[in-house]
Design a protein around this ligand. Structure first.
Ligand code: SAH
Ligand code: SF4
Length: 395
């Protein structure tokens, strides 16, 4: 069970892990860093910029993983690259496809850790929900990931690597020389940082990965097609506007500090008033139109008409849309989903106050891919072993 009184700490997992000596992985390096490592391995400084552009395009625009295929580089240079570097992305361990077409991938990263990635096809878009941490330091009461301790932050390569892996699986890399999207709408057109973890507690890596996703010579997604969801790490919000500039979603979920303290414990550090203050500046600072307020509908906890009215009062003046999320169940969850007519009534009040209030249709529920249901399979397995032991009187 989640201990909602546990202190909020940001685990210091950013200390670089000692990696075994070996070739450097180029995936996830910023353009500057890539330039640096190329020069360090003998690329003449004068050529470095051009080489960065060439390699960058092969890797991020055309999905090439083998230096030998980079045909605009000399054979000798390709051989040199292959000696010193690798192009590696996380390994897909399994894939489940839901009856509604949602795909859930289990992905293994260095150290044998696992994260989940979800692809949600819709008529006009395809959204990839990616993870930024293994587990989470926070313990939101309704969230399955929150029951798993933070294991570590993902590297920038592991974050952008999830996008590359999904494009592999969707078969969506353009032919060399072509741009993405030339043959109709993209299958993977949007990214949401709404998988496992709190992206703003892994800021630098998330920023570097999203810069690659937004780069016109990289994965080339518009910053308006990338949405970062935070539980409310206030000091990082202005930085997100400045350094990433993507769309922002905030896990709001309650209209009084008393209730939000329980549901989203980070509220005890940065309360509703402080959070709203930081959000007021975001759309202007990031040049994005509006903020998405996520609101999980929990029966008899946060779903009254009064809550709906308080919500619209609170966000007055902030360009916003309110995304109502019917609570998704997971084993042992301490909440229930609000009744459907309650959700509609709530949505109606918000809508009449002038805000879009879409109700998020749960996707991929049959494969536990819906919001808040993600958790590493390894962790699940461990837990069930513990349960088995307990049941057998061994625990
Ligand atoms: N840590 C970030 C991003 C991951 S959670 C954050 O909290 O914003 C992505 C969204 O799913 C958040 O709005 C979160 O509150 C919501 N969520 C978590 N558990 C859920 C559940 N069981 N049912 C529905 N939504 C849930
Ligand atoms: Fe972490 Fe977000 Fe889940 Fe809260 S809702 S525990 S911040 S992943």
């Amino acid at each position: 069970m989640t201990d909602s009184t546990a202190p909020i700490t940001q685990d210091v997992m950013t200390i670089p892990r000692k990696l075994p000596e070996g070739p450097t992985n180029l995936v996830g390096l910023t353009r500057d860093k890539l330039r640096e490592v190329l020069i360090a391995h003998g690329t003449p400084e004068k050529q470095a910029r051009m080489r960065v552009n060439q390699i960058w395009q092969w890797v991020y625009q055309w999905g090439v993983r083998d230096f030998a295929d980079m045909t605009n580089l000399s054979k000798a240079y390709r051989a040199e690259l292959a000696e010193n570097f690798v192009i590696e992305i996380p390994e897909m361990v399994s894939k489940q496809v839901s009856a509604d077409g949602t795909r859930k991938y289990l992905v293994r990263i260095a150290g044998g850790h696992e994260v989940e990635v979800v692809y949600i096809p819709e008529t006009d878009r395809g959204t990839l929900c990616i993870s930024s941490q293994v587990g989470c330091t926070l313990t939101c009461s309704f969230c399955h990931t929150g029951t798993q301790k933070l294991v570590r932050n993902l590297t920038a390569g592991e974050i952008v690597g999830q996008v590359m892996m999904a494009r592999d699986d969707l078969g969506e890399w353009p032919e060399p020389g072509q741009g993405t999207g030339e043959n109709g709408p993209r299958l993977l057109s949007n990214i949401v940082l709404m998988g496992m973890g709190e992206p703003l507690y892994n800021f630098d890596n998330v920023r570097d990965a999203m810069k690659i996703a937004m780069d016109g010579e990289g994965i080339s997604l518009s910053r308006r097609r990338i949405t970062l969801s935070t539980s409310g790490v206030v000091p990082e919000i202005a930085k997100t506007a400045e350094e990433i500039g993507c769309m922002l979603a905030v896990s709001f979920h309650a209209t009084t500090d008393e209730v939000r303290d329980k549901l989203v414990p980070i509220n005890r550090k940065w309360n509703i008033a402080t959070l709203l203050e930081a959000l007021r500046d975001y759309p202007k600072a990031s040049n994005s139109e509006r903020i998405t307020f996520e609101y999980v509908m929990l029966k008899d906890v946060n779903d009254s008409d009064e809550d709906a009215r308080r919500l619209v009062q609170l966000i007055k003046g902030i360009p916003a849309k309110i995304n109502l999320i019917p609570f998704n169940e997971w084993p042992g969850a301490p909440h229930q989903r609000s009744d459907w007519d309650r959700i509609e009534k709530f949505a109606d009040i918000v809508y009449k106050a002038g805000y879009a209030s879409p109700i998020r249709t749960p996707r991929g529920e049959d494969i536990m891919a819906a919001c808040g249901q993600l958790k590493s399979a390894t962790e699940r397995a461990r837990k069930s072993r513990r349960q088995i032991e307990a049941e057998a009187g061994m625990g």
